[in-house]
Write a protein that binds this ligand. Structure first.
Ligand SMILES: [Zn+2]
Length: 515
């Protein structure tokens, strides 16, 4: 059985999804979960692209020890130097340098001849190898490159010290048959290919990212690049969970498997969805809400007689619990702590206290507190904003079918004390947002608003995602509460706090640069 290395790029390519903007704490939280999932390599960002990316890649490299942490770099010495600064203390320093190899990219984007491209690639790999024990080199747009040229440049970069060769389908153009041929051709035509691991990286523009990844694996790829829930540029990347389960369930066919802890899949998926605000469609393979729902009477009957009649793998395999009640109103602090540590909590005593209080409040209102509820409360407390400029103290809404909806809100503003305001709107949520807009400097444009329930059921927790434009910056926010109006207010305030924190961070950065 071949072991396939999983290279997760949720925090780099995934974070490039339109509208996604993770902050420092959120990236770190996802990185810790990916480590629990057991990914071999995680790409934490592009250190030279911004100070924020540098800081989060460095923090992840210093924190995560169970997976190799890597960062992206263009084929220029400054990018490689900056990546080294960010990654030098990681368990196994690894860099990912790339250069385009397709005729269209070389001619129009790079404006370089093929010989210049080979020379630049070799120089950058040599430069990187002087610092990093592990150097991954990517031929950007490989699937639209000429095979003999790919063979030439790959042989040269392996001689220069590259240990992993990645062949991305950058634009999501290839087919399973073609990608299989590309990997087979290179395996047969690059003399020193046994000194490197071949890697595949696919985009889903034509809906073939997972199929292409599996075809590459069948034809010699030893590493697969993917993201949780398939998020990423445009139509996204290949889904980690689909590839991992396909290999596991069809080991008989692929003769290959990953080293992932599959039962961490569901939680990883939920965390990424929650923090990015990208909702997982119900019909999504492996992690969708309906992935294990048998609706037809004939199917249900079959499953009752023998699960295997219609179920090719169990929900438990990927960590979908039957969502039993885990704690109740009378659960003590000790049992509570044990449970959330099991769910991956490793925060401070203060955070523990906050979550315990939120749990007690929820248990008063909701009969069964499930694992998903606890996970939501935990995420809310551990990845909150570094500084809360506004905090919701009290909210009251008057709504009637014959009245004008009115909201009265009290906010706690650490610099000013409490402030109160009221406003109307054509609906309850609008009344809340109109009130908040008055309390916060300047106009706020609400670009998106989405609501979902955790688990369903009448007493379920509500989760609201918003996307706003405030102060010329687009920002997302989320709020969880037992009541939809409170969750709506919290999501909006969260987005405002995020914008202010980013503004403060950028101002600090400008001061440093000018000093
Ligand atoms: Zn990509």
């Amino acid at each position: 059985m071949r072991k396939i290395n999983v290279f997760d790029t949720t925090l780099r390519d995934g974070e490039q999804s339109a509208g996604v903007n993770l902050n420092f704490e959120e990236k770190l939280e996802i990185a810790k979960q990916l480590e629990r999932l057991g990914v071999d390599v995680m790409e934490a960002g592009f250190p030279a692209s911004s100070q924020g990316d540098f800081r989060s890649v460095q923090a992840i490299a210093n924190t995560v020890k169970g997976s190799s942490v890597t960062g992206l770099a263009r084929s220029v010495t400054n990018d490689i130097d900056v990546a080294w600064e960010a990654l030098k203390n990681s368990a196994e320093p690894r860099i990912h340098v790339f250069l385009a190899t397709s005729p269209i990219h070389m001619t129009y984007k790079l404006r370089m001849t093929p010989d210049e491209v080979v020379r630049t690639a070799v120089e950058s790999v040599k430069y990187a190898k002087a610092k990093f024990p592990q150097v991954q080199w990517s031929a950007e747009d490989a699937s639209r490159s000429e095979l003999p040229f790919l063979a030439t440049i790959i042989e040269a970069v392996i001689d220069a010290g590259a240990t992993v060769i990645n062949l991305p389908d950058t634009v999501g153009y290839t087919t399973p048959h073609e990608i299989g041929n590309m990997f087979r051709y290179l395996t047969e035509n690059v003399p020193n290919i046994d000194r490197a691991i071949l890697s595949t990286h696919n985009h889903d523009d034509l809906g073939m990212a997972v199929a292409n990844s599996l075809a590459a694996i069948q034809n010699g790829a030893g590493q697969v690049e993917c993201t949780m829930n398939g998020i990423g540029e445009r139509a996204g990347n290949a889904s980690l969970e689909e590839i991992a389960v396909a290999l596991n369930i069809r080991k008989d066919h692929y003769q290959a498997d990953t080293g992932l802890t599959l039962k961490e899949i569901k939680r990883s998926s939920s965390l990424v969805s929650k923090l990015t605000g990208m909702i997982v469609p119900s019909n999504k393979a492996v992690v969708g809400a309906n992935a294990f729902a048998h609706e037809s009477g004939i199917h249900q009957d079959g499953v009752l007689k023998n699960k295997e009649t219609y179920e090719i793998f169990t929900p438990e395999l990927v960590g979908v619990s039957s969502n039993r009640m885990v704690l109740g109103k009378h659960s003590g602090r000790h049992a509570f702590k044990e449970k959330i540590v099991e769910l991956g909590f490793n925060g401070t005593e203060d955070q523990l206290q906050t979550i315990f209080k939120a749990f007690k409040d929820l248990a008063d209102k909701k009969k069964d507190v499930t694992e998903d509820d606890l996970f939501a409360l935990m995420t809310e407390a551990t990845v909150g904003e570094a500084v809360a400029h506004y905090e919701l103290e009290a909210l009251q809404v008057n709504y009637g079918t014959n009245n004008i909806p009115t909201a009265t809100i009290t906010l706690n503003v650490p610099s000013e004390g409490t402030i109160q305001e009221a406003a109307t709107g054509s609906g309850s949520v609008e009344a809340i947002y109109n009130t908040l807009e008055r309390m916060i400097d300047g106009p706020v444009i609400l670009e998106d608003y989405r609501i979902q329930s955790i688990n369903g059921g009448r007493d379920a927790l509500a989760e609201v995602f918003v996307k706003i434009q405030y102060d010329g910056v687009e920002s997302t926010g989320r709020g969880t509460a037992h009541d939809v109006l409170e969750a709506s207010a919290k999501a909006y305030i969260h987005a405002i706090n995020r914008t202010i924190n980013r503004r403060a961070y950028n101002a600090e950065r400008m001061k440093q640069l000018n000093a």
